[in-house]
Design a protein around this ligand. Structure first.
Ligand code: 3SL
Length: 241
């Protein structure tokens, strides 16, 4: 197994896909996806385009669907939900499909959707993703941060580092054996520096600051927890987890 970390979807090699792609958007799309599936959601279907989301979800019975739209951190007018994982309670999501479009996370998923297997990861479900990698041993693994509008996001790379750190620890292989690019080593270093204070890291991150300005303190706290959900969001068909 070779791990590759890409800070943003734009940095992934063109015209290639890996055996396994892991999309990461700690704040907050992949934290929300894990939360919905763990709370009994029927599925999560992701869209980059809001109009397409509305058109596809129209075919779904209203009591079996929820529509979530986020742009710039806020809820899109007319949608039931924004992108806060804390809104996705079992009472609300159980048995329903979440149709979701977010600024960056869903774009990252679109970039890797043709890979043989596609997973989503956040700190909250890191252990489930690591267990999958150790069991399946895919040859090439891309861990792709969603970033923010094309630029690097501290929290996504730290989560990539959390995954790589745990794979190294559990496989007892030296990092240089597993690392397919230097980004893996730097992501591990970043995570190692902050692993005991991930909430502090989220407070330093520019998107964390943006969410704090929107009074999403509790979201940051929730998303900074490690290994609290056992769910493994895996793509079943294009864009559906
Ligand atoms: O960019 C995204 O995909 C979002 O996760 C951003 S937010 O955390 O909902 O603001």
């Amino acid at each position: 197994m070779k791990l590759f970390v890409y800070h943003t979807p734009e940095l992934t090699p063109k015209d290639q896909v890996p055996d396994c792609a892991i999309a990461v958007d700690v704040l907050r799309a992949t934290s929300t996806i894990a939360t919905v599936l763990s709370a009994g959601g029927e599925a999560v279907q992701v869209f980059s385009d809001l109009d397409e989301l509305i058109a596809v979800s129209e075919a779904w019975p209203p009591q079996k669907r929820l529509r979530a739209g986020e742009r710039g951190g806020g809820k899109v007018a007319g949608f039931e939900l924004g992108n806060s994982p804390l809104d996705c309670t079992p009472e609300l999501v159980e048995g329903r499909r979440l149709f979701i479009s977010t600024t960056n996370g869903t774009r990252a998923l679109k970039r890797v959707q043709d890979s043989a297997s596609v997973l989503t990861a956040a700190f909250i479900n890191r252990a489930a993703v690591v267990q999958y990698l150790l069991e399946k041993q895919p040859e090439t693994v891309w861990i792709v941060g969603s970033g923010w509008e094309g630029s690097y996001s501290l929290e996504d790379t730290a989560c990539a580092g959390a995954i790589a750190h745990s794979v190294v620890e559990k496989s007892q292989l030296p990092p240089e054996k597993l690392a397919g690019n230097d980004e893996v080593i730097s992501a591990i270093a970043l995570y190692s520096q902050w692993q005991d204070n991930l909430l502090g890291l989220l407070h330093h991150a520019s998107h964390g600051q943006r969410l704090l300005r929107l009074e999403c303190h509790e979201d940051l706290k929730y998303c900074s927890q490690t290994d609290v959900l056992t769910v493994l969001p895996m793509q079943q068909e294009a864009g559906v987890f």
